[in-house]
Write a protein that binds this ligand. Sequence first.
Ligand code: HEM
Length: 85
Amino acid sequence: MCPGVHLAERNQWRIVSKLIWAFEIKEPIDPTTGKTISLDPEDYSNGLLHAPKPFKVIFKPRSQAHIDVIKREYEESMRDLAPFE
Ligand code: HEM
């Protein structure tokens, strides 16, 4: 059994929460027709790692205030992590 399961699950929870907080995630628009391209929720690859096949989506920041927070946090993280490079 994986001893990192709690760390892994908590991090995945945080990653998904932050993505949903920051972005509207929408189906892509066809550039020629201007219509939404529907995603197939059952389009998975088979095999040992059962995973969705590559697909396109639109990540749209929820507001300028969200963009400002993302940039500020990014800059702070890079500054904090710099000593470990
Ligand atoms: C999404 C993240 C992760 C996934 C999907 C994952 C998955 C797995 C799987 C499938 C195994 C084999 C379990 C078995 O043989 O019964 C495993 C083992 C292991 N994992 Fe993870 N793991 C993740 C994150 C982590 C993290 C964050 C750590 C450490 C901080 C970690 C440390 C280990 C170790 C040391 C083993 C070997 C355990 C042993 O053989 O006794 N894993 N993991």
